[in-house]
Every structure is written in structure tokens, then in C-alpha cells.
Design a protein around this ligand. Sequence first.
Ligand SMILES: [Zn+2]
Length: 284
Amino acid sequence: MKRLPKPDMKAEEVYVSCVSGVVTDAAKAHFQACAKDLLELSQQYDAWAASNELHLFRSSLRGNRKQVAAGGLTKGELTDLCTNHMVKQGQRARTYYDRLMLLAPHGKCPLCGFGQASTLDHFLSKALYPSFSVLPNNLVPCCSDCNRKKESTKLTIDNQIPHPYFESAIIENEVWLNVSLKETTPTTAMYFVNVPIGWSDAMAVRVRNYFHGLNLASRFSVEAASEIISLSDFLAQLGTDQHIGNYLERMAKTERALHKNTWKAALYEALAGSIWYRSGGWHR
Ligand SMILES: [Zn+2]
């Protein structure tokens, strides 16, 4: 997972911009009257996200658009505010949506690292936490696959995942993603999480939940499979086992230095460390 810089926009300005698109005066006044309550909740969101305690928010019930979510606003009103005034093309607040999408590093999904970022994910789902429907710190750019796999579930202390805007830098600075190789032709990369010594149990749980919840073992393995095929043709041109070993080691070092926990970094480290692969396992 790639951590992202927090959105450079205030919760209040995004909310005001969304509300400015509401058509009827009565509905607009209702949103304006509830602004204070919502903004207080957004401050609580920042505090609890920073301490990994977002599960302390009470979730709404599924369905039932009429249930009151925050300050007298219903779940339906809050989710529609997002859909009709932030997501919809041509609306004034759409500019914030587009700016949030630009936070995706090189247009890539920060969750899987290889998909194209194409949507904004509600970190706390708007179906269960409608109060955060248009809160910028709750909106994370990601690819459609990750968005689909990230289920709209009630957050508990046990099912938390890392928050790209709030997670500690440790998740990027220490290696936790590894590969073991199946000694077949061509080889298959099997991804697993190996939590570093010294991590808190809570952090280990977050990373494991993220890895399993987004089905990354299988999705990384698919990315690795095409890399392994083209790599095989390239290695054939290098000639000696020594040259092949040197190349794999250089790639492993370079990829781990770039980003420690990408599918590619873990793959090259495993390939470089495998005597079997270096001495002929690379043939296809
Ligand atoms: Zn993704």
C-alpha cells in the first residue's frame, strides 16, 4: 500500500461547495443548519483515524434512507449530496472529486499499486457511515477492482485496514511482503505477509486484513506471471548463471529501494535468492 498526502482541502469548503448545488432553498437551508454537527464529526474522524480508532463511530443500518445520520440529516440526503453534487460531472463540487483523484501516484491505485485509479473509495462506506460521504479525508482514489473488493462492512477493532492518509510510515519503510517460488516451469510466485519483528499486533492485523481482503496474493501472482515470462526471454540473452544472478540481485535492490512492498520488489528478491531459479529454473 502506498501512503498518500492528506487532501489539501478543508472539510468545510467541500461541504459548502456540495450544498451550493442543492436546488431548493428549503433543502439548502436544512444542509446549512446541520453543517456544524457534520464538521464536528469530521474533526472526530481525523482524531480517530490518526489513532486507528475509526471503529468507535456508530454505523448506520443497511438500507433505510430515512434514518437520521447526523445533525438531523438523513442517510439518503447525505449519500445523495455525494452522488448528485460531488461525483456528477458539471457540478461545482466535482472539482474536489477531480483533485482527490490526482492524489493517486502516477495515476495508479495506491492500494494494489498496479491498477489504474478510476474512482474514489469511501474509506468508511457511505452506506454505513453516511456522515462522511463528502469528507475529503474519507475519500481515497483507487482502481475499480480494489473498490469492489473493499466490502462495505461495519468497522470493528478486528477488521481494520491501513488508511492511506493516516497510516504510519512504517508500512512503507519496512519489508512485509514476500514471495515463495513454486519450482515449476514457468515458476509461480506465491505472495505472503511476513510481519517484521517489533510491529504491534494491531498493525499486523491491519496489514493482513488489507492483503487478504483485497485478494492481493492472487492478484499479485497474476502480475508476476507475465513478468516471469518476459523475464525468461531476457535472461536467456544474458548467458551465464553469474550474469543472471547479478542482474536479478540488481533488480531486487532497485525495486526494494523504490517501494519496499510492491509485487515486483518481492518477486525479484525471491528470484535473486533462489539458487534453483538462478541456475536454470528461469527457463520456460
Ligand atoms: Zn487497486
